[in-house]
Ligand binder design. Structure first.
Ligand code: SF4
Length: 375
């Protein structure tokens, strides 16, 4: 297989993105789930064709890093063999779907995520912007409100299905038969109304335009993700959302894996897990409250390594403090504000309290030792 034309945005498997450590190949597991054999196969492919490091992204996708132009073809053949590829790059880019990890085989959530996948990969689907996404959040209560999505499939307080536009606190009543066509119609409304806006919440905040038929109050989210056992399996954390092939193949022995946007995986049906290196199982572990991007040298734009800095600083955090370490002012891993942000610059580190990676620093040009004293 020859290497496709590489664009510098929106990486996928069919459209990889060049990075400081080779190509980034992003796999979007169908239905937000990997079967055991698929998880094990991805570990094998990462070891053979990547650098053995795997990321779980904030959009609940799996990224293989360190793929060379030479190894890209065999990797794609392997992914295709495991039914992990879309038919076209366009279909892959549109299939931007988060799924609550809390579902049972054969229930409405599984059914709706399959139907939404079919609708979005159909050739007549709306040509939505690259970061525009969907959340199938149809468990008893919503759990994905803090994750990025523009059109949300949820339930109201009485358990009935509703369709929500991100940024609106009322939703449209729908049925299991109408919710997918209504979701496509809402995407079409967005495209017809958006002007220069690329995201639903920005459109709602920036204009008085509203879709019709939205009047049912949405439920608030009170769910706080944490490692531990759930009725659906074991939730485990991954520092910085990164893990090794050894961790992934050990997890694959325990069950199918459900992706989440919280740097956590749900191991289906697991009631107890053996010791597996690289997992966070203690809900009090401060690494759960530290976010760090790839940084240098994996990202060519990074001015410093981020994850060793983040690991060293984690034990110094207070019980509820959150820290973001960013390799540059772009702040890819956490676009929002954090209690503490450390941004690498050409001249050291900046410390920003209560702001984003690009905000005016509280203190500038610090060494690592200075940062340790300041936190
Ligand atoms: S924040 Fe900067 S260094 Fe970190 S991944 Fe993004 S571009 Fe790279």
């Amino acid at each position: 297989m020859s290497l496709p034309e590489i664009k510098g945005y929106c990486p996928g498997a069919l459209r990889p993105m060049p990075s400081g450590d080779g190509l980034v190949v992003r796999i979007r597991p169908f239905g937000g789930r990997l079967q055991r054999a698929q998880a094990d196969g991805i570990a094998t492919l990462s070891a053979a064709h990547g650098n053995g490091m795997i990321d779980l992204s904030s959009r609940a996708n799996i990224q293989l890093r360190g793929v060379s132009e030479h190894s890209y073809g065999p990797l794609m053949e392997g992914l295709g063999h495991m039914a992990l590829l879309d038919e076209t790059a366009k279909a892959e880019a549109r299939r931007n779907i988060l799924v609550t990890p809390f579902w049972q085989t054969g229930d409405e959530t599984e059914h709706l995520s399959a139907k939404l996948t079919a609708a979005l990969t159909h050739e007549n689907a709306p040509d939505i912007p690259k970061k525009f996404g969907f959340a199938v959040d149809t468990g008893t209560v919503p759990v994905l409100h803090t994750a990025s999505a523009d059109i949300r499939l949820e339930r109201d307080a009485g358990g009935s299905l509703i369709l929500a536009a991100d940024g609106l606190d009322v939703a449209k009543p729908v049925t299991v038969d109408t919710i997918i066509p209504e979701a496509m119609a809402l995407a079409g409304w967005f495209m017809a109304t958006r002007g220069t806006h690329n995201r639903m919440a920005a459109l709602i905040a920036g204009t008085t335009a509203r879709p019709t038929g939205f009047f049912v109050p949405r439920q608030s989210q009170h769910y706080a993700p944490a490692p531990g056992y759930t009725p659906f399996g074991a939730m485990v954390g991954l520092a910085f959302g990164q893990f090794t092939v050894a961790t992934l193949s050990a997890l694959a022995k325990q069950g199918g894996l459900r992706m989440t946007p919280w740097r956590m995986l749900l191991v289906e049906g697991a009631r107890e897990l053996p010791e597996i290196e690289g997992l966070i199982t203690d809900p009090e572990d401060p690494l759960l409250r530290v976010i760090a991007c790839t940084g240098a040298p994996g990202c060519a734009q990074g001015f410093a390594e981020t994850r060793p800095v983040a690991r060293a600083l984690a034990p110094r955090l207070g019980r509820s403090q959150m820290l973001h370490v960013s390799g540059c002012a772009k702040g890819c891993a956490h676009p929002g504000a954090a209690e503490l942000t450390v941004t690498a610059t050409p001249t050291g580190f900046d410390l920003i309290k209560g702001g984003r990676a690009s905000d005016t620093p509280t203190t500038k040009n610090l060494t690592f030792q200075d940062i340790q004293k300041a936190i």
